[in-house]
Design a protein around this ligand. Structure first.
Ligand SMILES: [Cu+2]
Length: 154
């Protein structure tokens, strides 16, 4: 009898612990902020920061700090929907899948306005490595700056 009651209490407290940890993980989801700049620390036409290591459930908000920019995904993890924003708008993307997101500013891809969001592990690194050479061919100015961003993907 007594043992049964103990077992029930243990089950209840485990259930409570599980529910609490679910609530906590969403409470700690982070909103990262990326500025879209015509001139930043690394020169003209940049996202700042240009590399983010995030977790599933986080969001990234792109801010039109300086005018003339927007953002579009070039490559996303398999189940992550492609995204794109309108010119000069604040835009938030929800990171629903693990893997690497490569994105760019459409009017300034040629000038290397590119960024990366890694979510958890880089599970789609093989797709990224296959995709990157043709993408890099469209960058006329400072492709090395973009290479350095991609090198942070581990
Ligand atoms: Cu731009």
């Amino acid at each position: 009898m007594n043992q049964n009651r103990n077992h029930l209490m243990l089950t209840r407290s485990l259930l409570f612990a599980a529910m609490t940890s679910i609530a906590c993980s969403s409470a700690f989801a982070k909103d990262w902020q990326v500025q879209m700049l015509s001139y930043g620390e690394k020169g003209p036409m940049v996202f700042e920061p240009d590399f983010i290591q995030a977790q599933v459930g986080d969001t990234v908000t792109f801010l039109p700090t300086q005018p003339g920019h927007h953002v579009a995904s070039a490559l996303t993890p398999d189940q992550q929907k492609a995204w794109s924003s309108k010119l000069n708008e604040t835009y938030t993307v929800e990171l629903t899948e693990e893997g690497v997101n490569l994105y760019y500013c459409p009017p300034h891809l040629m000038m290397g306005m590119v960024g990366v969001i890694q979510v958890g592990e880089s599970v789609n690194k093989e797709s990224l490595d296959q995709f990157y050479p043709s993408f890099r061919n469209k960058i006329a100015l400072n492709p090395e700056r973009v290479d350095a961003i991609l090198e942070q993907v581990k």
